[in-house]
Design a protein around this ligand. Structure first.
Ligand SMILES: *Cc1c(COP(=O)(O)O)cnc(C)c1O
Length: 293
């Protein structure tokens, strides 16, 4: 069981925001990956003995799956295309954490056997329908908090990778909110591809466009995982002005995009901290080497 995550008030660049601290959900199982995998944590799967998944050797999803497997007493096999020599020689961040939790790492394509009843197969980044279960809990927490604090109109912002979290959040808020007369709007920005890619992802998970979040973006093209001086700068500023450590992959672009859209901030705005701070162990030294402290 994971508990309700707290909401704080922060001020950044002269604007006030509410901050949903999903990074504080649990010591090891936190952020949006905990929400997405909550279904597997909460329910019983008597036949399952092993999780199989794939993705990058630094991924937040990989680490969270290693925690889930440990909590459930399952094995965890993970497939990557390659592991950088530096990471293999100096394990750190999500990679080191997952290995410590017993992850068996395979380089190369795995032979996937989805017919095997003992294997729980998880898509890269947790992009699957079961994610809706835990994200609905997040939506309920937000609606409850909004009501308690008498916030009439609410905008919510979170940066997207696959878009799974943002999509299921808007959908759950619509479904749960309509009976309560609450109608928060979810805004998000693409961090991995462009707006068209994100829209496609939404359609794969949900046909009804009324349940899709609003996409906002910056004009300049952005490449996921690349180092940008502006991203490092805003990340440092966030820490100075709010005292909160954000992740270095999604949040800098998220905050830059949000600050460029004053029409969103015109209403009370809740930013969702989706965790991922363990991944900073690999990003931060790269930034420090490139731009200094
Ligand atoms: C995975 C992740 C995201 C992206 O989540 P999606 O559901 O794939 O859009 C954003 N922020 C952090 C910190 C993450 O770990």
């Amino acid at each position: 069981m994971i508990k309700n995550s707290p909401v704080e008030m922060i001020s950044f660049e002269g604007h006030s925001f509410y901050l949903k601290r999903d990074d504080l959900l649990h010591a090891d199982f936190s952020g949006n990956k905990a929400r997405k995998f909550y279904y597997f944590l909460e329910n019983d799967f008597p036949d399952i003995t092993k999780i199989v998944s794939y993705g990058s050797a630094q991924s937040n999803a990989m680490y969270s799956l290693s925690v889930l497997a440990k909590m459930k007493g399952w094995e965890f096999e993970y497939y990557v295309d390659h592991v950088a020599d530096y990471l293999r020689d100096n394990p750190h961040g999500n990679y080191a954490g997952a290995i410590k939790n017993g992850m068996q790492l395979h380089v190369g394509r795995g032979i996937l056997t989805p017919t095997n009843q003992n294997i729980l197969y998880i898509e890269e980044g947790g992009r699957q329908k079961e994610a809706e279960y835990g994200i609905k809990v997040l939506a309920q927490e937000i609606l409850e908090w909004q009501k308690e604090n008498n916030i009439k109109e609410l905008n919510i912002f979170l940066p997207s990778g696959t878009g799974t979290t943002a999509l299921f959040l808007q959908k759950s808020l619509n479904i749960e909110g309509v009976v309560r007369g609450q109608h928060p709007t979810v805004y998000t920005c693409p961090c991995v591809g462009d707006s068209d890619y994100l829209k496609k992802q939404f359609f794969e998970l949900e046909e009804d466009e009324n349940h899709h979040p609003r996409i906002i973006s910056l004009e300049k093209k952005h490449h996921f995982g690349k180092l940008y001086r502006e991203n490092y700068k805003i990340w440092l500023k966030l820490q100075q002005q709010t005292g909160v450590v954000f992740d270095l992959l999604y949040d800098p672009l998220g905050w830059r995009t949000l600050l460029a859209h004053s029409e969103v901030m015109a209403k009370p705005t809740l930013y969702i901290h989706q965790g991922g701070v363990l991944g900073n162990e690999s990003m931060l030294p790269r930034y420090e080497r490139k731009y200094g402290m």
